[in-house]
Design a protein around this ligand. Structure first.
Ligand code: NAD
Ligand code: IPM
Ligand code: MN
Length: 378
């Protein structure tokens, strides 16, 4: 198949881990005879430096025309002055919103080989396989912000429509898994959470009677996620809770560098309720998606070639699966990553002592295993 993939390397370790993921995608294209075209565009701090804008119009346009988008990370100390007028993170938030990517899928499946790197007791981690579905285009991230000299506010709001579509997405995913959904909120305090809980309850009752729904308050969820992670299947929650809980969940796997994500919409280029979709995007046969590791630009290790590329590589696997419909190829990538970890080929974040593999060595090991697995015996 032919596919146009836009690459947004961004800042810090972003370019290092996206280069690794692109190398893996090129190997998949070679082994399976696909034609993947890659085009890099600016976002984040790199785009502020070059264009004075964290999300140049040319970048949005390229993403809209692409079959899928692969992103590294944005941000860093250079652009983090509290008084800064424009910030790298605004570029990423605007892109998610522009493309209508309201559902952010963050799977967490600790690999047996990396359990030793996790700060949690290994017996609690065996068999953990959960999927966080984080609402990505609403809530406090996108509400009105105000600032005066001695006060500030961030408005958190959700509509029924916004809650319904992401909970529906989570239910459909739960149906393909173990049929269990945990909806996380703070309904004992927040009005948005009370709406969230009401809508989730009604939607599951009316549309997904086969799904078992439980509600959990976000503070105790933060605890249960560590004390009984095996109890969870699909977890659905609002934007900020999902952001925080998934960084916490990365400690089940052993490192922030391991977790991938897929941000999906309805393939209509971001049309809101009742509005026509963007015509170019609406005609596409595949679903536009943005794929990125959950970690940030890791300024503390950037530029040294030692970042863990696994989160970015597994994001590329999600791209193959969700945007290109290439399930077998996605599985090849995931199997090759698992085999690499099994062989003890770890980056420094997973291996505080001893000789760790650098970013390229991990990527090369994954590529070798993809090549070996897809070689046709003579
Ligand atoms: P971070 O995720 O960048 O780093 C947290 C810690 O995890 C650091 O010690 C880092 O070295 C380590 N780490 C992260 N990814 C790693 C990898 N692939 N391999 C090895 N170690 C890894 O979070 P932070 O330090 O709080 O944020 C730094 C910047 O990144 C901020 O500007 C923030 O806004 C931005 N950020 C961007 C994204 C994104 O683009 N999606 C996500 C999170 C944070
Ligand atoms: C993430 C990041 C972003 C978020 C920031 C960089 C805007 O933390 O992708 O998890 O909070 O969504
Ligand atoms: Mn985050």
């Amino acid at each position: 198949m032919r596919a146009d993939i836009v690459v947004l390397p961004g800042d810090g370790i972003g370019p290092e881990v996206t280069a690794a993921a692109v190398a893996v995608l090129r190997e998949i294209a070679r082994c399976f005879r696909h034609d993947f075209e890659f085009a890099s565009h600016d976002i984040g701090g790199a785009a502020i430096d070059r264009h004075g804008d964290p999300l140049p119009a040319a970048t949005v346009g390229a993403c809209r025309r692409a079959d899928a988008v692969l992103l590294g990370a944005v941000g860093g100390p250079k652009w983090s002055d509290p008084g800064a007028k424009v910030r790298p993170e605004q570029g990423l938030l605007a892109l998610r919103r522009e493309l209508g990517l309201y559902a952010n899928l963050r799977p967490v499946r600790p690999h047996p080989a990396t359990l030793g790197a996790a700060p949690i007791k290994p017996h609690l981690l065996a068999g953990v396989d959960l999927l966080v579905v984080r609402e990505l285009t609403g809530g406090i991230y996108f509400g009105e912000k105000t600032r005066s000299v001695d006060a500030a506010s961030d408005l958190c709001s959700y509509s029924t429509f916004e809650v319904e579509r992401v909970v529906r997405r989570a239910c459909m995913l739960a149906r393909q898994r173990r049929g269990h959904l945990t909806s996380v909120d703070k309904a004992n305090v927040l009005e948005t959470s009370r709406l969230w809980r009401e809508v989730a309850t009604r939607l599951v009752r009316d549309e997904f009677p086969d799904i078992t729904l439980e509600h959990q308050l976000v503070d105790s969820m933060a605890m249960h996620l560590l004390s009984r992670p095996r109890a969870y299947d699909v977890i659905v929650t609002e934007n900020m809770f999902g952001d925080i809980l998934t960084d916490e969940a990365s400690m089940l796997a052993g490192s922030m560098g391991l977790l991938p994500s897929a941000s999906l919409g309805d393939g209509d280029g971001g049309a809101a309720e009742g509005q026509p979709g963007d015509a170019r995007a609406g005609d596409r046969s595949t679903v536009i998606g943005l794929y990125e590791p959950i970690h940030g630009s890791a300024p503390d290790i950037a530029g040294r070639g030692i970042a863990n590329p696994v989160g970015a590589i597994l994001s590329a696997a999600l791209l193959l699966r969700h945007s290109l419909g290439l399930e077998a190829e996605a599985l090849h990538v995931e199997t090759a990553v698992a085999a690499t970890l099994e062989a003890g080929i770890f980056s420094a974040d997973l291996m505080p002592e001893g000789r760790a593999a650098d970013t390229d060595e991990v990527a090369d090991a994954v590529i070798e295993r993809i090549a070996a697995a897809s070689r046709v015996p003579e």
